[in-house]
Write a protein that binds this ligand. Sequence first.
Ligand code: NAI
Ligand code: MG
Length: 361
Amino acid sequence: MKYKIAVIPGDGIGPEITTQAELVLARLGELFGHEFATTHVLAGGAAIDVFGEPLPDQTIEIAKESDAVLLGAVGGPKWDGMPGHLRPEAGLLKLRKSLNLYANLRPAILYDALKEACPLRADLVEGGLDILVMRELTGGIYFGEKGRREGPNGPEAYDVECYSEMEVERIARAAFEAARNRGRDKKVTSVDKNNVLESSRLWREVVIRVAAEYPDITLEHMFVDNAAMQLVRAPKQFDVILTSNIFGDILSDEASMVTGSIGMLPSASLSSAGMPGVYEPIHGSAPDIAGKDVANPIATILSLSMMMRHAFGLESEAATIDQAVKEVLEAGWRTGDIAKPGERTIGTKEMGRRIIDALKR
Ligand code: NAI
Ligand code: MG
């Protein structure tokens, strides 16, 4: 089979980590007899430098014609002075909106080999962790009406949180489906703030209604402040966390640290309307370590595994990547972010090469 993949290397460490992912992709194609045809396109700061805007139409068009998009990360101090709509990050928001990527899947898995990188007490994560954060990605306060105005006490600014029933319904359905397919605890924890926010009251009503279609899945509700606490107090209670754009942004970063390093966590952003998904690490462009061959490429390589599973339905190929990463970690290979003090580390390229060597059909 031939699969078309648009690759957006982006800025900072983006090009280094997507290069390793593309090498993994090429080897995987050889092993399983697939053609993964990649096309490089620009977004973020790299696009601003060439086109004067963070997401040129050409990038959107090529992305839409592809079966999936692989993204490194965008942004950096070079573009920090740009006005809001011209910042690299604005290109990402526009890409998510253009492709209607309303479901953001962020699995937070604590690997056995990295147990010591977890900042929590060992007994709290005994037996490992495997949490899926299902974050709504194209609605809520990040996309609501915003502005500045003169108020009674001088200048003020506002951002509006608004959710439609349709938006809540489709992300809730994605969460229940995921809970069913993961085959773990079959539990969805819907996180809101319905004691205070009207949008959360609607959120909860709709989630309860959708839950009726999934009698095999347990539904639990939790306030976001409590969820933040529970994630470090008793993280094993979670299977799928279903939540809004802003709450999910914060809780998924928290969940990532529980698993050791931000350099380990992949993500998939999906639509349902025949649009390609975007697969990317959850971290940013890490300008502090860019160009030094020290970035951890694993989050990006595991994003490929999510691509195999969600975009192409290639379960064995996904499992092959997951297994190779696990073996390399078990053999003790570490980039700086996941190493213990004083432990020997390897660079981005060597980590990529070791994972490629470990790929077995
Ligand atoms: P960041 O995630 O880039 O970096 C945070 C810390 O984690 C840094 O110390 C960095 O060195 C480290 N780190 C990140 N990825 C790593 C990896 N693969 N291996 C080893 N260490 C890693 O977040 P930060 O510093 O807040 O943002 C830097 C730039 O990235 C900003 O311009 C920001 O807007 C942008 N950004 C872009 C995102 C995206 O493209 N999806 C997401 C988050 C931030
Ligand atoms: Mg974030």
